[in-house]
Design a protein around this ligand. Structure first.
Ligand code: SF4
Length: 251
């Protein structure tokens, strides 16, 4: 793992190539909630045909799961993104609890969160492959999660790239990516390098949340985050670095 990568620059380079090639690749975008999706949709819908996958078994109640899903559906409509398709995943909290067993007391950004990212990204990558096998050709997948200053972008990109490798090896689907060159991975499904908090993405998501009157939850999603298991000192430091006001704290 390379801790010196600049994922935003890598994405800039990829988008530049996409534009020069005159193509609009298809992206399967995992979404955690409407506020985090707002900026990512505004940004990426300029360059990609997007299918959103809402799959978050980490959320602590069905009521909250449905509330976040409906808010996301409303946002897509209010932004006028009629070409964006929304797929709502099944609510299966038992899968989350099994996945993070033994890590219930881990701090935010610890192993529990890494397992939680992996669970959601794995299901996204598998859906991308399954949609492709139905002839719907998904070129890239990624997640909105990196927009939060509390989420570990390096971990998310590492996991995404490992999953793309794993799936390509498993089903022998290595081949030309949408750009058909060697700068990006030569396989049919590629993890989109991304760190959406860069370029003030997180601040823009707050502006858009206000503009569209979005419900902004006050905890990340799981019951452990609701109990306040995150490290307050670390959070305060990150918020200062991002110039984020207390009422605009990330989740
Ligand atoms: S704090 Fe958030 S990212 Fe971490 S395990 Fe809970 S829901 Fe998942």
């Amino acid at each position: 793992m390379d801790r010196h990568r600049n994922y935003q620059k890598e994405l800039d380079k990829l988008i530049d190539k996409i534009q020069k090639a005159g193509i609009r690749p298809r992206l399967l975008l995992h979404a955690c909630c409407a506020p985090c999706s707002s900026y990512v949709l505004e940004y990426l819908s300029q360059y990609f045909d997007i299918i959103i996958f809402y799959y978050n078994p980490n959320i602590d109640s069905k009521e909250e799961y449905d509330k976040r899903a409906e808010e996301l559906r409303r946002l897509i409509g209010d932004m006028g993104l009629s070409s964006v398709e929304l797929i709502i995943g099944e609510y299966e909290p038992e899968v989350f609890y099994q996945t993070v067993k033994g890590h219930e007391k881990d701090p935010e950004r610890g192993e529990r969160c890494r397992l939680c990212y992996e669970l959601r990204l794995r299901r996204t990558a598998e859906l991308a492959k399954s949609l492709s096998s139905e002839g719907r050709g998904i070129d890239y997948f990624c997640t909105t999660l990196s927009i939060s200053p509390l989420k570990d972008a390096e971990a998310l990109n590492d996991i995404g790239e490992e999953l793309a490798d794993e799936l390509a090896l498993r089903d022998g689907s290595c081949g030309e990516g949408p750009l058909g060159d060697s700068d990006f991975e030569q396989r049919s499904l590629v993890y989109l390098p991304s760190d959406f908090k860069k370029r003030e993405g997180y601040k823009r998501s707050i502006e858009l949340s206000r503009e569209y009157g979005l419900y902004r939850q006050d905890y990340c999603g799981c019951v452990y985050s609701k109990r306040g298991c995150f490290e307050e000192a670390s959070l305060q430091k990150d918020m200062q670095a991002e110039d984020v006001q207390a009422e605009e704290r990330p989740y």
